[in-house]
Design a protein around this ligand. Structure first.
Ligand code: NDP
Length: 478
């Protein structure tokens, strides 16, 4: 028996004309639920509801916004075990990772509850006599939020929480593949007291629901996380219609391992960054750039550590790596492994895992003997696949690290303060990690990249206000 979960429009749960069936990638016989797919007319109603709710919500007191966000944060934290399990069941990350993600979503709501109280302004002496200048921030209006499948609760949370904290109303379109966690999140926010129309949920396909959001003149801004191709197409449309836009997209994140690195630290950072969450993180360490003196020892140690990793059902507690999210992504991972082999790489691991059950199980793959021009080092795989590029020394490693179209996260493992300091300053990425994985970030500081990875203001932390507010300058003559 499966349940049907409705869209949330103007404070009401509304069935759609169609449903998507959410399948557990660890067990293809397990149906998580059937989720309504909205059509363009329902999306329009959701947008209108948000627009109608905006005049009141935008002037609500900081205390009102704090209370809603704080209650939602408390509910997420109280329910992190069961919601973490649901997340693992629909997306395939392990239960521990799922619980961690829901806990993080709860902390994000707590942080932005505080931000609702902290939104001050400036009073600036005018250059003219008898005049005062005030610089304040105001909400934008209706924000369309379009999210991917790999962080089904954290990404919706880190878009909804700041949007509401600063007085905006939202229409969320989660990934069609994993709507269950987002559905629970929206229910929690509604129960936390968000007034009717402030938060709306329209599930379904990007080509229908996402398209309707991007094309509506009532939507003031779009915050998007997903692939480069979709992000760029949406951005072009938003620029044409004058919408504010924020994009977080892919990565090909380098992890540099220098001769002077602590080998154990480097291996743990690379195992975590490359393979945990099945490598399905935009911040995954997918290019391991290793200097000659440590290269062979590093590769052997990685292979030994990879052999200890258990790939299997995400809901089984001792699983280290859950399944790939769906058949299409599994095909993409296997295609990249094959192409890397054809282009001269030597592949360790990377086969289908037998006897793990009826799911999309892939062993982590390490591809050695690659150079930075190979496709495996240019394009995002988004699976448990990492490649190794050998570098002569630190200088060459830095050049290789920067030789990419992306610029989200970059890491270095070294015991040299000089190299760590130089790398922090000169690697062209939005986030830099020293002796720790390229993935795994705090919730109260900015998140984002440069080059092909990101566009527009940063997400998260108090920097989120750059996107979710607009500045007003007022002149007051005494
Ligand atoms: P997609 O770009 O395919 O989808 C992202 C979202 O956009 C989904 O909700 C999708 O809907 C929607 N969408 C698709 N087409 C349109 C359209 N024409 N108009 C409006 N919305 C549309 O990415 P994935 O979900 O497949 O996620 C994987 C990719 O996202 C990877 O490349 C990864 O690098 C990147 N990513 C980046 C992150 C970052 O922070 N930098 C974080 C997470 C992922 P639908 O549900 O139908 O697919």
């Amino acid at each position: 028996m499966s349940n049907t979960f409705a869209n949330f429009i103007d404070g009401e749960w509304v069935d759609g004309p169609d449903v998507s069936v959410n399948i557990n990638p660890s067990n293809l016989d397990d149906v998580v639920g059937e989720f309504a797919r909205a059509d363009a007319e329902q999306v329009e109603r959701a947008i209108r509801a948000a627009a109608d709710a905006f005049p009141s919500w935008s002037v609500s007191t900081p205390q009102q916004r704090f209370d809603v966000l704080d209650r939602a944060g408390s509910a997420l934290l109280a329910r992190k075990e069961d919601l973490g399990r649901l997340l693992a069941r629909e997306e395939g990350k392990t239960v521990a990772e799922g619980i961690g993600e829901v806990g993080r979503a709860g902390q994000i709501f707590k942080f932005f509850a505080g931000e609702a109280l902290r939104i001050g302004g400036e009073i600036v002496p005018s250059v003219r006599p008898g005049m005062t200048v005030e610089v304040t921030r105001e909400p934008l209006g209706v924000i369309g939020l379009i999210t991917p499948w790999n962080f089904p609760v954290a990404i919706p949370a880190w878009k909804i929480a700041p949007a509401l904290a600063y007085g905006n109303c939202v229409v969320l379109k989660p990934a069609d593949l994993v709507p269950a966690s987002a559905w629970e999140l929206v229910k929690i926010i509604a129960e936390a007291g968000a007034p009717r129309g402030v938060v709306n949920l329209v599930m379904g396909r990007g080509a229908v629901v996402g398209e309707a959001l991007v094309s509506s003149p009532l939507v003031d801004a779009i915050s998007f996380t997903g692939s480069v191709a979709t992000g760029r197409a949406i951005a072009a449309r938003c620029v044409e219609s004058g919408k504010k836009i924020q994009l977080e997209m892919g990565g090909k994140n380098p992890m540099v391992v220098l001769d002077d690195a602590d080998l154990d630290v480097a291996v743990e950072a690379c195992i975590n960054g490359s393979f945990f969450s099945t490598g399905q993180r935009c911040t995954a360490s997918s290019r391991l750039i290793v200097t000659e003196g440590i290269h062979d020892r590093f590769v052997e140690a990685m292979k030994a550590r990879m052999s200890t990793l258990k790939v299997g059902d995400a809901l089984v507690p001792d699983t280290h790596i859950g399944p790939v999210v769906d058949a299409k992504q599994l095909q993409q991972d296997e295609d990249y492994i094959r192409i890397a082999r054809e282009q001269g790489g030597e592949v360790f691991g990377g086969g289908r895992v037998q006897n793990a059950g009826k799911g999309y199980f892939l062993a982590p793959a390490l591809i050695t003997g690659t150079d930075n021009s190979m496709r495996i080092n240019r394009e995002e795989v988004f699976g448990p696949v990492a490649s190794v590029v050998k570098a002569k020394d630190y200088d060459e490693a830095l050049v290789l690290a920067n030789d990419t179209e992306f610029g989200l996260s970059a890491g270095i493992c070294t015991t040299s303060l000089r190299h760590a300091t130089h790398f922090k300053r000169h690697v062209r990425a939005g986030m830099v990690m020293v002796n720790t994985a390229t993935a795994g970030v705090d919730y109260h500081v900015p998140f984002g990249g440069r080059k092909g990875s990101s566009y527009g203001p940063r997400e998260q932390g108090s920097y989120a206000r750059e996107f979710y507010t607009v500045v007003k300058t007022a002149y007051v003559a005494a």
